[in-house]
Design a protein around this ligand. Structure first.
Ligand SMILES: Cc1cc2nc3c(=O)[nH]c(=O)nc-3n(C[C@H](O)[C@H](O)[C@H](O)COP(=O)(O)OP(=O)(O)OC[C@H]3O[C@@H](n4cnc5c(N)ncnc54)[C@H](O)[C@@H]3O)c2cc1C
Ligand code: SF4
Length: 338
């Protein structure tokens, strides 16, 4: 039996005070990832700070025409929110491609950002893993690595970030709002998650004494030409082997603006501004899409079992951009499941 304390935070300031006072504490929101990790003995917080009663459950319009999503908005509520469905259907589509209806009802926006990798060795405390135990080694590099990263890897870790929602947030240029003992700050989405480098134990640039309070979306939603394409072993209830968030603004057949983010291929949602630049001003056709895919994957490297992902990603990028051009959203119906 491993004992831990359970406390509730009354407001954001109280939550920050409590986490800053105890380095062994962890926030708990939906608990869909943290409780699993505690059961597997991967995480051992001495104290759980329940943040589910904090007033961070609204979706509000911002002065610049965007939206502010509270960190405790459940994934289901967010995906079915009318403003998200109308203006950011790429985000709704990505959320609905993840987990199951029951899990999405519990999972929070902040928790989704901070969910940990699904690397099998990270979950298996009998094996070396630099992310779980820094300096112990990486079992995946020479082990089973079918689900692992092909971009931005290091000698210390080749894990992927498992979120679908975050891939869409990366493509949409979201911003993460956090509060800590020094006050509030905003982190651009591309700076929120980290590459493993030689500190794979750190997934994000959130400090241990900070709380995520909200995620902001800018006004630009790409509601006409978008696709979230998720390739996985089963059609539901499985993490992405490769996923693509593709969003375009078209002027006839010419691409005015393009966003491309990949999931399942790196330690963070992968965006490549050079590949996006290669799409701008070009005709929306397979030749353009293939060029962008080649550019995005120029430094991709496989580790044996996962080498198939390089070609899979190339084909998926071309398919996602083709679907986005045609206005064919994927990968799942966004009709409400009652
Ligand atoms: C079987 C299964 C299948 C799944 N499939 C998918 C999938 O296909 N795609 C996908 O994207 N996800 C999938 N998930 C993951 C799921 O989306 C996450 O578990 C969920 O989003 C986590 O949210 P939560 O609120 O439950 O987080 P919790 O488990 O409560 O917390 C997770 C982490 O975030 C921290 N945290 C939570 N909120 C905050 C905050 N506001 N500020 C600072 N720290 C915070 C906690 O301390 C903890 O470290 C799956 C999960 C399961 C169990
Ligand atoms: S890939 Fe990362 S998480 Fe997986 S075993 Fe290696 S160090 Fe651990």
């Amino acid at each position: 039996m491993i004992n831990f304390q359970y406390v509730r935070a009354n407001d954001v300031a109280d939550a920050v005070r409590q986490i800053a006072a105890d380095p062994t504490a962890k926030f708990i929101a939906g608990g869909t990832n943290l409780i699993d990790l505690m059961k597997e003995d991967v995480e051992r917080p001495a104290r759980l700070i329940d943040i589910t009663r904090l007033p961070l459950k609204t979706v509000e319009e911002t002065a610049d025409g965007g939206l502010r999503i509270g960190a405790l908005v459940p994934n289901s509520d967010l995906a079915y929110h009318p403003l998200i469905q109308q203006r950011y259907p790429l985000l709704a589509s990505a959320i609905l491609a993840g987990a199951s209806a029951q899990l999405r009802n519990m999972a929070s926006t902040g928790g989704n950002l901070l969910q940990r990798t699904r690397c099998y060795y990270f979950y298996d405390v009998a094996t070396p893993c630099n992310k779980r135990k820094p300096g112990s080694g990486c079992s995946a590099i020479t082990g089973l690595n079918r689900m692992h990263a092909i971009l931005g890897t290091s000698e210390a870790c080749i894990a992927t970030h498992p979120s679908d929602m975050c891939v869409a947030l990366a493509a949409l240029d979201a911003k993460v709002h956090v509060t800590g003992p020094a006050g509030e700050r905003a982190i651009t989405f591309s700076d929120f998650h980290r590459l493993p480098g030689n500190t794979p134990q750190r997934d994000t640039n959130l400090e241990p004494n900070e709380i995520v309070t909200a995620v902001d979306l800018p006004a630009r939603g790409f509601a006409a030409n978008y696709t979230y394409l998720k390739i996985r072993d089963r059609l539901s209830y499985a993490f992405a082997l490769v996923s693509i968030a593709a969003a375009l603004e078209l002027d006839g057949d010419t691409i005015k603006e393009a966003r491309l983010a990949l999931g399942g291929v790196a330690h963070k949602p992968w965006r490549d501004t050079a590949a996006e630049a290669a799409l701008r001003g070009q005709g929306a056709n397979p030749a353009t899409f293939t060029r962008a895919a080649d550019l995005l994957l120029r430094d991709a490297k496989g580790f044996g079992h996962n080498s198939f992902k390089i070609d899979l990603a190339r084909r998926a990028i071309v398919r996602a951009l083709t679907q986005a051009t045609r206005g064919t959203p994927q990968s799942q119906s966004s009709k409400k499941i009652l």
